[in-house]
Design a protein around this ligand. Structure first.
Ligand SMILES: [Ca+2]
Ligand SMILES: [Ca+2]
Length: 94
């Protein structure tokens, strides 16, 4: 009887620890995912709307250079290390 209670208590403690760890890691990822880059051109959707490029087109003007590459070549000081959620669901940090 006591052995069973100890095992159940140990399992509950382990589940609580995993829950805390999962909350810590996934909670951070959710915060990162608030910045979305739907077309994967390294400019956030919000930034593309602000500067007038299409957030769903990697290369809005069709000149074979991505919107992000063109933007940061003009404004290199704005190039910062940021994390984006790509359209395939993966998060990348640049
Ligand atoms: Ca984009
Ligand atoms: Ca372009």
């Amino acid at each position: 009887m006591k052995k069973g209670v100890i095992i159940i208590t140990a399992i509950v403690i382990i589940l609580i620890l995993f829950s805390i760890l999962a909350y810590f890691f996934f909670g951070r990822e959710i915060n990162i995912d608030e910045i979305v880059d739907s077309d994967g051109d390294w400019l956030s959707d919000e930034k593309e709307i602000e500067i007038g490029t299409d957030p769903n087109k990697y290369d809005t003007d069709g000149d074979l250079f991505s919107d992000g590459r063109e933007y940061y070549s003009i404004f290199p000081d704005e190039f910062e290390k940021e994390c984006f959620k790509k359209s395939n669901g993966k998060t990348i940090c640049i």
